[in-house]
Design a binder for this molecule. Structure first.
Ligand code: NAP
Length: 251
C-alpha cells in the first residue's frame, strides 16, 4: 500500500473500527489525526500507534454534533498537516427503538452525527482533497440498505449518508473519490449501550449471527483493511461504491 506520508483524518478513532483504521493507516506510514470526544480513548489509540512504531499521529478532541467544534478540528488538522489526503467519516452511535417509543431527539442527534458533521468536514476539506487527488471514505452500515424493525432512525441516517456518497462521487470526480463501507455486525463498544440488559444483548448478538452467512461478528481490523484500500492508490479506480463488508449479511 502507498499510505506512506499521506495525511488522514479519522473520526470516531478512539475505539472500534476508527481506532483499528488509525492504527492500520499509521502502520502503513501515514500521518493520522484521530478525532473523538473522549481524550482518554484517543490517548489509547495514540499509544497503540506509537507502539506500532510507524506513522505519526495527532489528537483532535471534538464533538461532531457541534459545528464550532467541527470547524476547529478541521482547522487544527489542516494547520498541523498542511493539507489532507483522506477523510474517514466513521464516528457513529446506535440508538434503536420501535417507532412508538423512539424519541425524535435521537433522530436529530444521529442525523447530526452521521450526516451533518461529515458534510461539514467534507466541505472544509474539499479544496485540499482536490489538490491532492484525495479520498473520502464514509463508514455507514448495512442498516442503510436493509430494513430492520426498531432501527428505522439509525437506518434512515445511514441511508442518507449512502446517498450522499454516490452523489458526491459524481460531483467531486475526477479530483476526489468518495466511497462508503457498509459494515455488518462488528465486535466493538458500540453495543455497550444498545441493549437494556446483558440477556437482551446476548439475544441481539445471537440474532445478528443467525442472519450472517459467515456465522460470526467481524473484527474491527477486518473493516479497517478495506477502508485503507479505499484510501490507498489501490482504490484509484473506485468511486461511488457502497461496499458491504458484512460476512454476507447483504447477500
Ligand atoms: N459495530 C458494528 O456492528 C457496526 C455495524 C455497522 C456500522 N457500524 C458503524 O461503524 C462506525 C464505527 O462504529 P464502531 O462499531 O467502531 O463503534 P464505537 O467503537 O462505539 O466507535 C464509535 C466512535 O464514535 C465516536 N463518537 C460518538 N459520538 C461522537 C460525537 N458526537 N463526536 C465525535 N465522535 C463521536 C466515539 O468516541 P467518543 O465517545 O469518545 O466521542 C467512538 O469512538 C459507526 O458509524 C457505526 O454506525 C458499526
Amino acid at each position: 500500500m502507498s499510505l506512506e506520508g499521506k495525511a488522514f483524518l479519522i473520526t470516531g478513532a478512539g475505539s472500534g473500527i476508527g481506532a483499528a483504521t488509525a492504527v492500520r493507516a499509521a502502520a502503513g506510514g501515514a500521518r493520522v489525526a484521530v478525532l473523538g470526544r473522549r481524550e482518554s480513548a484517543l490517548t489509547r489509540t495514540m499509544t497503540a500507534i506509537h507502539d506500532g512504531g510507524a506513522g505519526e499521529a495527532i489528537m483532535v478532541p471534538a464533538d461532531l454534533t457541534d459545528p464550532v467544534d467541527v470547524d476547529r478540528a478541521a482547522a487544527v488538522t489542516l494547520k498541523e498537516f498542511g493539507g489532507l489526503d483522506g477523510l474517514v467519516n466513521n464516528a457513529g452511535i446506535g440508538r434503536f427503538a420501535p417507532i412508538g417509543e423512539a424519541d425524535c431527539k435521537d433522530l436529530q442527534y444521529m442525523f447530526d452525527l452521521h450526516v451533518r458533521g461529515p458534510v461539514q468536514l467534507i466541505q472544509r476539506f474539499v479544496p485540499s482533497l482536490r489538490e491532492r487527488r484525495g479520498s473520502i471514505v464514509n463508514v455507514t452500515s448495512v442498516a442503510g440498505d436493509l430494513a430492520a424493525p426498531g432501527r428505522s432512525f439509525y437506518g434512515a441516517t445511514k441511508a442518507a449518508i449512502n446517498h450522499l456518497t454516490r452523489s458526491l462521487a459524481r460531483e467531486l470526480a475526477p479530483g476526489i473519490r468518495v466511497n462508503a463501507i457498509l459494515p455488518g455486525p462488528v465486535d466493538t463498544p458500540i453495543y455497550d449501550k444498545v441493549a437494556g440488559s446483558p440477556e437482551e444483548l446476548d439475544r441481539l448478538r445471537a440474532d445478528m449471527i443467525a442472519l450472517t452467512p459467515l456465522g460470526r461478528f467481524g473484527r474491527p481490523e477486518e473493516i479497517a483493511e478495506w477502508i485503507c484500500q479505499l484510501l490507498d492508490d489501490a482504490g484509484r479506480w473506485v468511486t461511488g461504491a457502497l461496499l458491504p463488508i458484512d460476512g454476507g449479511r447483504c447477500a
